[in-house]
Design a protein around this ligand. Sequence first.
Ligand code: FNR
Length: 351
Amino acid sequence: MAMVCLLDFEAYAEKYLPKIAWDFFAAGADECSTRDENILAYKRIRFRPRMLRDVSMLDTRTKILGTEISFPVGIAPTGFHQLACPDGEKSTARAAKAMGTCYIASTYSTCSLEEIAAAAPGGFRWFQLYIHRNRAVSRQLVQQAEALGFQGLVLTADLPYTGKRRNDVRNGFQLPPHMKLKNLEGAFEYGLPPNSLDPSVTWDDIYWLRSLTHLPIIIKGILTKEDAELAVRHGVQGIIVSNHGGRQLDGAPATIDALVEVVEAVRGRVEVYLDGGIRKGSDVLKALALGAKCVFIGRPALWGLAYKEHVEQGAQGHIQVASGDLIEPNEIQQDQVQDVALGSGQLQIWL
Ligand code: FNR
């Protein structure tokens, strides 16, 4: 099948990923109104097209925090890439490098920062931090990222507690036993506890981060002019206008709608980026026209991983279960699944 737009990859991933993985990637918080609004809001914005300009020379390159990228679309931090393909974040790092763009690796990666760095040497990467109650864990990760050549530190500000994603609750979602949060392995005696994130983080913690690293700090999750001003005053180098893909506060505005007030408040003092709902080139153009320096995509990169895995490895699009039957991946019920793995292009499910 010809893949002509990102939504084709979404449809492919929905068809071929195990339901628990698809539900986790697709989830928004509560009624998913913010997730959906991120996309709908672009459709309300129209261009004022001007004609007869010389457009024979096209150049999509831009710079973010001084580093050139080949086009103004980077990869937002998302966790658990091994749910989409066995190489997980290593594949994402290679793809970002091949495309000449920036990859923000998540704290919740299923590959370690070392593995990510080694998979695509010289690639342009930022590290995304969630601050844990155990500050020693966060400090160590920041310093490790800097030592490994990550070029920016992205502090995610919108997840003091995890949003309620209804299908994940229904599915009893958890990582399959053979996948680990590699960056946190060993940090917690009994695995990652549900309340390990620090909900007491405030603006003053930017100063704490500043004391740990020379990396530029980019704050992710800003949606208002007031917080944009605070971010600038606390010395960050960049702001990502983001609502976490609608996975946190359901009822938060679409990011493209919040962008304008953030850009106006910032008045060019720091760079402003955006993520959420970017699905086509004209969405990118709208965000740039409204003041973003570049945008990031979250879910589409995950669909790409799922597609790459199935197509490149020649998977048939069906799963052989222990009984020998062939079934469609999305027919599997979460409570049947004990373990999931992708090997030799074939999804294997232990039931
Ligand atoms: C995320 N996002 C996210 N953000 C972050 O700072 N750290 C993380 O670990 C994650 N994990 C994560 C997992 C999944 C499955 C999704 C879909 C999203 C949010 C992400 O960085 C970004 O803000 C949104 O994904 C952007 O919206 P789109 O492009 O998915 O519409």
